[in-house]
Design a protein around this ligand. Structure first.
Ligand SMILES: C[S@@+](CC[C@H](N)C(=O)[O-])C[C@H]1O[C@@H](n2cnc3c(N)ncnc32)[C@H](O)[C@@H]1O
Length: 438
């Protein structure tokens, strides 16, 4: 139930839709001048991740909206941790969740700066051990053997299994995580997963990379990233990073922080039915044995297909209109979109709970098209933020420079696909929808 005072604050749906229509692109938020070496600075290029932020966007939001000292920053959909790393780099507290176990591992490794000499010794020792793999028994998770055999040739899986055994023998958890992230990153190039495809497709003609060579190359890159990160992270963080880092594997609707404790939330939600993150990361999931039950694991993801609610109701009237339009064309898709918007309304309620009065949440989101119908995600988010108690503080309309665009989208399914697979361009515009807790 929405109380009457709050209802007065809520703009009508036409008003919200017009606000977005009238919005002009703000060039200050395109970051077109940045090269991949800028967006992949520090630990940001440890691991590929679909639809990740560029760090410059997060840093600009922090600079504009976070207190200059002692800020607490949160990201309920932290992905590979761009917000978390940015907060740590500025000496702030960082909290967040992701339901994807590999996202958690990547974020953890990226956020903990390692003393460069110590890391150098550990990498050398590790690479030395990998010279003598002859008698090492490969560690190949037996319950995922069918999937591993499906994606990897015999010689490659043997070598990967031996490397994995050596990694798990590493006592120091921080160093072990560092190696695991490198291992996870090379899995795609070492497999017969079709190069450049986000869909799990095999390429039987592909010549997979050799694990040791790929791993060594990537470790060198990560080492450089760590050392640069270490140099800019403030001393108080280096002394005790765990005091400042509060991240969990878990649902965006349950943040690991008390009421009224966070200054700023910077996040980008999943898109409805666009990426099946659990499928995309299946190579890491099977090798690192992250789930026994892929089907159930997938159900925890917001925006996933095959999800519907029978006894929850949407509040956003813009969302209800979209669901009704799509329902005329495809009932199942309509139910999935409804479930997505309901889940997001609950995420916004949680954002409201954890923010301090005066705090803001910034959600980065683009509009999409499904079954030929415009899905006004950003407009729905703006309306939903009102229902959670926020004042709509600002809308930033930004262009996504073509070199940063992740992929193209298929107009029929809304899924991301590579340029050959898609029949429409990806959306070059997105919004930052900012809510203020007064
Ligand atoms: C667009 S990505 C976020 C990328 C992130 N901004 C970055 O820079 O890496 C959306 C994330 O939401 C996560 N996710 C999906 N359902 C979730 C849920 N129920 N709770 C928490 N995270 C979820 C996905 O695993 C994915 O990592």
């Amino acid at each position: 139930m929405i109380n009457t005072k709050l209802r007065k604050n809520i703009k009508g749906k036409e008003e919200i839709i017009n606000l977005f229509k009238e919005k002009k692109i703000d060039k200050d938020w395109s970051f077109a001048q940045y090269k991949p070496s800028d967006t992949g600075k520090w630990t940001h290029s440890y691991h590929r991740y679909p639809a990740k932020f560029i760090p410059q966007l997060v840093e600009k939001l922090i600079d504009e909206y976070a207190p200059k000292v002692g800020a607490s920053i949160n990201d309920p959909f932290m992905g590979c941790g761009t917000t978390i790393v940015s907060a740590i780099s500025k000496g702030f507290k960082a909290s967040g969740t992701d339901i994807n176990k590999i996202a958690y591992l990547i974020t953890k490794a990226k956020s903990i700066p390692i003393e460069p000499d110590h890391l150098d010794k550990e990498i050398k020792r590790f690479l030395d051990k990998l010279q003598f793999l002859g008698n090492v028994k490969p560690l190949i998770p037996q319950k995922h053997l069918n999937r591993i055999n499906y994606w990897f040739t015999e010689d490659i899986r043997e070598e990967l299994g031996k490397i994995l055994r050596v990694i798990y023998d590493t006592d120091n958890e921080v160093i072990r995580d560092f190696f695991l992230v490198a291992f996870s990153h090379i899995l795609k190039s070492c497999s017969i997963w079709l190069q450049g495809s986000t869909k799990p497709t095999r390429d039987l003609n592909k010549i997979p990379s050799k694990p040791y060579i790929a791993l060594k190359r990537h470790l060198m890159k990560m080492q450089k990233g760590n050392n640069n990160f270490y140099n800019i992270v403030p001393e108080h963080i280096k002394k005790d990073v765990n005091r400042y880092l509060n991240i969990k594997i878990g649902d965006a609707r349950k943040q690991p922080v008390p009421d009224n404790s966070v200054d700023l939330i910077i996040s980008s939600s999943p898109y409805v039915t666009s990426y099946e993150y659990a499928d995309l990361h299946q190579l890491s999931t099977i090798w690192l044995d992250l789930t026994d039950d892929l089907v159930n694991y997938k159900k925890g993801f917001i925006g996933t297909s095959y999800k519907k609610y029978e006894n929850k109701r949407l509040k956003s009237t813009i969302a209800i209109d979209i669901v009704n339009e799509i329902y005329k064309k495809d009932k199942k898709t309509a139910k999935e979109i409804e479930a997505f918007f309901i889940d997001m309304e609950e995420v916004f309620d949680e954002s409201f709970r954890i923010l301090k009065p005066g705090g803001r949440c910034c959600y980065v989101i683009g509009d999409t098209k499904l079954k030929g119908i415009d899905v006004l995600n950003a407009e729905v988010f703006a309306e939903s933020l009102h229902y959670s108690g926020f004042k709509l503080d600002r809308i930033i309309k930004r262009e996504i420079p073509s070199k940063i665009l992740p992929q193209k989208r298929d107009e029929k399914t809304g899924r991301f696909a590579n340029s050959k697979e898609a029949n429409t361009e990806a959306y070059p515009i997105e919004y930052i929808v900012i809510g203020l807790k007064e």
